[in-house]
Design a protein around this ligand. Structure first.
Ligand SMILES: [Zn+2]
Ligand SMILES: [Zn+2]
Length: 461
């Protein structure tokens, strides 16, 4: 027997293997750690304190917020201690050179889970990495909505490391698992879920090196060329892509998961294509199937909320029956969202709005009325101002007659009331973060210029 044969196959920590490697349902490394703690009988804090140094006790391997160098060191250490070389595939390590560390759509470290998975929990079950990606709408197994709050009492859940307590509400102590019907979001969000599955599968598949930054740079450059080829058709979007490409070239901006998905949607490819063949998938397609997006198809939460609020402003303003209607872009200017994006979210009232607006005069008259409206807003924002004074000011500035000036003041007063801070905070509070994104995506998906077949996907056979 030679010497090497006598070396015991021994590791500091039990050599548990990560489950689901190579699949979209790979085990989340954070859950693996809880399992390890459970098997050894140590608490997570004790395990970290004795084996990995004090500091690890308060910092878990947070992969939800991206994969930092610090996380990399901890994962490497854990691989040595367990003798497992594949633990990194339970994190976003494969995208650590590309993805932004702010990859969580909602920016909150809230736990999310599938209620049906929890309800049917068995001995061999584990929490997959994909649950930590909050862009995911539905459970990949049960097609029901992912949950982030107790469905009975509505409380958010802390990140409990106790394997059994994780499935019980920390406030009302009832089970977080329950039967749930399958849920079908808009086709675009179903498509987004499929892209997230492809992304996690990519991360779960053993590879020597993470995806290099250059692959992403090349992809963005290709997308910019394709978009430029469509010129005016996608003016605003084109500008966004050009700005993005500039930032990427200077390495100023790492993409969030949302940006990656948006780029793939605009390019009309899957995220799997992008990750596996970034350069080829960024080239102009053999058949030009530009979908004709006018904005990033998946808005951020803040943008979605602003678009929703602006839609409410337009709607309520119309319901007040103002005697003058300003251009939509002027009405919602303070909300900082493009009027086209807002009007696209509600095409029926948008059409009505535009019709009424253009009825008020010819091009020149509309322009003068617009100047009158701006003048009215300038004065009406001052305290204790009389309408008569404002009307005089409009007459002076625009040479509109008094009756038209009165109408303009009426429009401006009503616009100010629908845009008041109290009303706006009501609109913002009226829709949750996730609901706002779903609402906008759903509205935009109904637009005529997106072919219905664009986001169908092949069912697996
Ligand atoms: Zn499930
Ligand atoms: Zn509860």
């Amino acid at each position: 027997m030679n010497r090497s044969d006598r070396v015991p196959n021994w590791t500091v920590l039990p050599s548990l293997s990560l489950r689901g490697i190579g699949t979209p349902l790979v085990e989340h490394l954070q859950f693996y750690l809880d399992r390890l703690a459970w098997v050894t009988g140590f608490s997570r804090a004790t395990m970290a304190h004795h084996l990995l140094g004090r500091r690890w006790a308060d910092a878990a391997i947070e992969v939800d917020g991206g994969f930092t160098a610090k996380v990399g060191e901890r994962v490497a250490k854990l691989e040595v201690l367990t003798g497992q070389t594949s633990l990194r595939y339970g994190t976003l390590w494969a995208l650590s050179r590309v993805l932004s560390i702010n990859s969580n759509l909602y920016g909150k470290r809230q736990r999310r889970w599938c209620p049906v998975c929890y309800d049917r929990w068995g001995d061999g079950d584990y929490e997959p990495l994909i649950w930590s990606i909050d862009l995911l709408t539905c459970c990949p197994i049960h097609d029901c909505r992912m949950e982030h709050a107790c469905y009975r009492c509505g409380s958010f859940q802390r990140n409990s490391h106790d394997m059994d307590r994780r499935r019980v509400c920390s406030t009302c102590r009832r089970s977080l698992g329950h039967a749930a019907n399958s849920f079908r979001p808009s086709p675009f969000l179903i498509w987004v879920d499929r892209q997230i599955e492809a992304l996690v599968e990519y991360c779960a598949t053993p590879r020597g090196e993470p995806l290099p930054w250059e692959a992403y740079t090349k992809f963005v450059q290709g997308v910019r060329l394709v978009a430029a080829g469509h010129g005016k058709q996608c003016g605003r979007l084109n500008g966004q892509i050009m700005r993005l490409e500039k930032h990427v070239r200077k390495r100023l901006l790492r993409p969030t998961l949302r940006s990656l998905i948006n780029l793939c949607a605009v390019q009309g490819i899957s995220l799997g294509d992008m990750l596996n063949a970034p350069w080829e998938s960024s080239c102009p397609r053999l058949f030009d199937d530009w979908i004709g997006f006018r904005y990033w198809p998946l808005p951020s939460v803040m943008k979605a909320k602003h678009i929703y609020a602006a839609t409410r402003v337009v709607q309520e303003f119309m319901e007040m029956g103002p005697l003058y209607i300003p251009p939509a872009s002027l009405l919602i200017r303070s909300l900082g969202v493009p009027a086209a994006a807002v009007l696209d979210a509600n095409p029926v009232s948008a059409e009505l709005y535009q019709k009424k607006y253009f009825k008020q005069g010819n091009r020149h008259e509309l322009k003068v009325l617009g100047i009158g409206y701006r003048t009215a807003l300038t004065y009406l924002h001052r305290p204790n101002i009389e309408d008569q004074f404002v009307i005089d000011m409009i007459c002076d500035a625009t040479r509109l007659n008094r009756s038209f000036s009165m109408r303009v003041v009426d429009g401006a007063r009503k616009a100010m009331s629908v845009l008041s801070a109290e009303r706006l905070s009501c609109y913002f509070a009226g829709l949750g973060d996730r609901d706002a994104v779903e609402w906008v995506v759903d509205k935009w998906s109904q637009l005529a210029y997106i072919p219905k077949s664009a986001f169908t996907f092949e069912e697996e056979t």
